[in-house]
Design a protein around this ligand. Structure first.
Ligand SMILES: Nc1nc2c(c(=O)[nH]1)N[C@H]1C(S)=C(S)[C@@H](COP(=O)(O)O)O[C@H]1N2
Ligand SMILES: [Mo]
Length: 210
């Protein structure tokens, strides 16, 4: 069912490559730490923090798998300078989750949490973008363990570290807070088209003090 990589890589979802990026053949695996083992009976996806109703919202794996399915064609840009173009991701739009478990009015940012405490912070506008997808599939096939099975976030407009693999939930926040890489030298915003790679490039408005 999966499309060969060569066909996928013919088209970019955006026009061309962001500055400083080069095209990668195939799909490398890039992450920090070990690949977590999926435990279906223990897995749940949680929406917590400043929710509109003040409650925590949870989906087990079966419930999450029944949520409306969408596809998004998106490019992946790793800050280490390789890009993969035109991948077709399938899964649940962040917008859908934000409708099912809405943020309180004061929410400005979202922390996305993954296994082993990996996290990435996003502005609510980036999270709520129509292209932002909690992906279960790529090219019509389930994700493999090393690429984030059972669930990873895809945020096409930002560097790929902003899209946690093995994601387990989101926290609505009323102020910005740095995630895992944003605390360790990477840019708080991470827009590849503006080449926002490192925290030393940040302006005073770009993020909380380090
Ligand atoms: N949980 C988790 N997610 C992660 C990472 C990580 O270290 N841990 N690395 C990120 C980075 S830097 C990149 S480039 C992409 C790589 O995704 P891939 O291995 O599927 O190509 O995953 C992102 N998601
Ligand atoms: Mo990366």
């Amino acid at each position: 069912m999966g499309q060969p990589e060569s066909r996928e890589q013919q088209g970019a979802a955006q026009s061309g490559l962001p500055p400083g990026q080069r095209l990668q053949r195939g799909w490398p695996v890039t992450h920090y730490g070990p690949v977590p083992k999926f435990k279906p009976d223990r897995w749940e996806f949680r929406v917590f923090g400043a929710t509109a109703d003040g409650e925590k919202h949870c989906w087990n794996h079966e419930e999450f798998s029944a949520l409306p399915f969408s596809t998004v064609v998106a490019d992946l840009h790793c800050v280490t300078k390789f890009s993969m173009l035109g991948a077709e991701w399938g899964g649940v739009r962040a917008q859908t989750l934000a409708e099912l478990a809405p943020p309180a009015p004061g929410v400005t940012h979202v922390m996305v949490w993954a296994e082993y405490g990996y996290s990435a912070n996003l502005r609510l506008a980036d999270f709520s973008d129509a292209q932002t997808l909690f992906a279960t599939h790529k090219a019509g096939e389930l994700l493999t363990a090393e690429h984030g099975f059972p669930l990873r976030l895809v945020v096409p407009r930002l560097y790929a570290w902003k899209g946690p693999k093995w994601v387990r939930g989101i926290e609505y926040m009323t102020a910005d807070r740095r995630g895992f890489w944003e605390e360790r030298g990477y840019h708080n915003l991470g827009d590849p088209w503006q080449e926002q790679r490192y925290s030393y490039q940040e302006g005073p408005q770009d993020g909380p003090e380090l």
